[in-house]
Design a protein around this ligand. Structure first.
Ligand code: GLU
Length: 444
C-alpha cells in the first residue's frame, strides 16, 4: 500500500466551483508527488439534493482539469458500512437518541446566544428515562441520534494550521443519524476515510470543527485517524468573502468563457504560496516537490484578472491542434490562429478576429482621419500580400503623410479591425486581403 492516500469528496448537490477545484488539485498533487493514491468519492447520501446530472458534470470538470483517480466510490452504495458503524457506536454507548424538533433546537440556541453563551447542545436528551423514550416513540416520534463526545479537549497538529485545540464542552455532540435512519456526512466521511485507509485529509478550514469531532469518532470506531491539512478559504480580489459569489465561479462557466484548464490548474496550485504561477506550469511540472506546508495561513485572493493574464499566456503557447474545436467553432483556421495567438487575451475574442480576417466588422473611423485613411487605401501595395506588405505600406504612408507613431498606425488598426487593440496587423493583413482592407479604409 502506498504511503499517501488522499481523497476528493464532492457532494453532487451542485456544480464544482473554483474553491472545490483548488481542493481537488491540491489533493491530486499531494498524492502524485508521493507516488500515492487519489480516491474520488461522491458524497451523495443527501438523496433529495444529489443528482446524477451534477455527478456527471463534476466528473467532466475533473477530467477537463486533467485529474485522474485510482478509485471511485459513491457513499450511496455503502449504507451497510454505515449501519455497521452505527451498531458499534450504540454498543459502546456513544450514540443517544434525541427528540427535539428543529424549532426547539433553534429556540435553545437563541436563548444561549442571548445569555452570551456558546450555542452548544445541552444534552437534555440524555436525561430522558427509558420509559420517556419509549413513550415518545409510541407517540410516533422518531429520534435522531447524537454522538456523545468524551468530556476532554481534542488536539491535533494540523499540516496547515499547526497545533489546534478544542476545549471540552465547546462543541455540540454531533448528529450522526437522521430521523429516517440515514447517516450524516460527519459519520459517513469518517467510516470511508477509515475503511479506505486515507492518510491525509486536505480540505478547507470551514471543516476545522468537523475535524475535531471526527477525530473522536475515528477513535471510537477503532480506525486510524488521518493527518489533516486545513486550507484558508479563498476570498475575492477585494478581500471579501467569496462564498456567496462561488456560484458564479463554476468550472463549467469558466470553461465556456475560454479559460484553459492549464491556466486554472497553475493558478490554483500556486495561490496562497510564495511562488507565482507560470504559463508553462502543468500538473506534471507542478508534481515533483509539491508540499502542502508552503501554503500560507492568510486567506488567498482569487483575482479573475490574474487568472485572465495567466490564461492569455497559456493561449500564446497553444498550437492550433490543441484548441481546434473551439477555434473552428469561432471560424478561426490554423493560419489565422498562428497570426493572432501571440496577442490574444481571451478566446472570447476569437469570433471577432475571424470576422476581421474573413468576414465583416464595423470599421472604426474618426472623421478627422478620413483623408488619411483614403491615402492609406491608395498606397496599399498590390496583391499578393505577404509578411512584407505591412512594413512596406507603413513605410510609404509615413513618407506621404508625415505621421508617425500612434497617429500613423492606430487609425489603420481601428479601421481594419474595429478595435484599438489586438493581433499584429502585419500578420492579419495577408489573411484579410486587399479588397476587404480597402473597403474598410474607404468606408461606404
Ligand atoms: N462532501 C464534503 C464537502 O463537499 C466533503 C468534505 C471533506 O472533504 O471531508 O464539503
Amino acid at each position: 500500500m502506498s504511503e499517501v492516500k488522499v481523497r476528493f469528496a464532492p457532494s453532487p448537490t451542485g456544480r464544482l466551483h473554483v474553491g472545490n477545484a483548488r481542493v481537488a488539485v491540491l489533493n491530486w498533487l499531494a498524492a502524485r508527488s508521493k507516488a500515492g493514491e487519489f480516491l474520488l468519492r461522491m458524497d451523495d447520501t443527501d438523496r433529495e439534493r444529489s443528482t446524477k446530472a451534477f455527478e456527471r458534470e463534476i466528473l467532466e470538470d475533473l477530467k477537463w482539469l486533467g485529474l485522474d483517480w485510482d478509485d471511485f466510490v459513491r457513499q450511496s452504495a455503502r449504507q451497510g458500512r454505515y449501519d455497521a458503524a452505527v451498531a458499534r457506536l450504540k454498543a459502546k454507548g456513544r450514540l443517544y437518541p434525541c427528540f427535539e424538533t428543529a424549532e426547539e433546537l433553534e429556540l435553545k440556541r437563541k436563548i444561549q446566544l442571548g445569555r452570551g453563551k456558546p450555542p452548544v447542545y445541552d444534552r437534555a436528551a440524555l436525561d430522558l428515562s427509558a420509559e420517556e423514550q419509549a413513550a415518545l416513540m409510541a407517540d410516533g416520534r422518531a429520534p435522531h441520534w447524537r454522538f456523545k463526545l468524551a468530556d476532554q479537549p481534542i488536539e491535533w497538529t494540523d499540516l496547515g494550521r499547526g497545533a489546534v485545540r478544542f476545549e471540552a464542552g465547546h462543541l455540540s455532540d454531533p448528529v450522526l443519524l437522521r430521523e429516517d435512519g440515514r447517516p450524516l456526512y460527519t459519520l459517513s466521511s469518517v467510516v470511508d476515510d477509515g475503511e479506505f485507509f486515507i492518510t491525509h485529509v486536505i480540505r478547507g478550514e470551514d471543516h476545522v470543527a468537523n475535524t475535531a469531532v471526527q477525530i473522536e469518532l475515528f477513535q471510537a470506531l477503532g480506525y486510524d485517524a488521518p493527518r489533516f491539512a486545513h486550507l484558508p478559504l479563498m476570498v475575492g480580489a477585494d478581500g471579501k468573502q467569496l462564498s456567496k459569489r462561488l456560484g458564479s465561479l463554476a468550472l463549467g462557466d469558466l470553461r465556456a468563457q475560454g479559460v484553459q484548464p492549464e491556466a486554472l490548474v497553475a493558478y490554483l496550485a500556486r495561490l496562497g504560496t510564495p511562488t507565482a504561477p507560470e504559463g508553462s506550469d502543468t500538473l506534471d511540472s507542478l508534481t515533483p516537490g509539491f508540499d502542502i506546508a508552503v501554503f500560507g495561513r492568510a486567506a488567498p485572493r482569487f483575482d479573475p484578472k490574474e487568472l485572465a493574464q495567466l490564461n492569455a499566456k497559456v493561449l500564446h503557447r497553444k498550437p492550433y491542434a490543441a484548441l481546434a474545436e473551439a477555434l473552428r467553432q469561432a471560424g478561426v483556421d490554423e493560419a489565422l490562429w498562428d497570426a493572432v495567438r501571440e496577442n490574444v487575451e481571451s478566446l472570447e475574442d476569437a469570433p471577432h478576429w475571424a470576422a476581421a480576417a474573413y468576414g465583416e466588422i464595423e470599421p472604426e473611423r474618426a472623421p478627422e482621419d478620413e483623408a488619411y485613411l483614403a491615402q492609406a487605401a491608395d498606397l496599399l501595395p498590390d496583391e499578393p500580400f505577404d509578411a512584407e506588405t505591412y512594413p512596406v505600406w507603413i513605410g510609404r504612408l509615413k513618407e506621404a503623410s508625415g505621421r508617425k507613431g500612434k497617429g500613423l498606425f492606430m487609425p489603420l488598426r481601428r479601421a481594419l479591425t474595429g478595435r484599438a487593440h489586438g493581433p499584429d496587423l502585419g500578420a492579419l493583413l495577408p489573411l484579410m486581403g486587399r479588397a476587404r482592407a480597402v473597403r474598410r479604409l474607404k468606408g461606404g
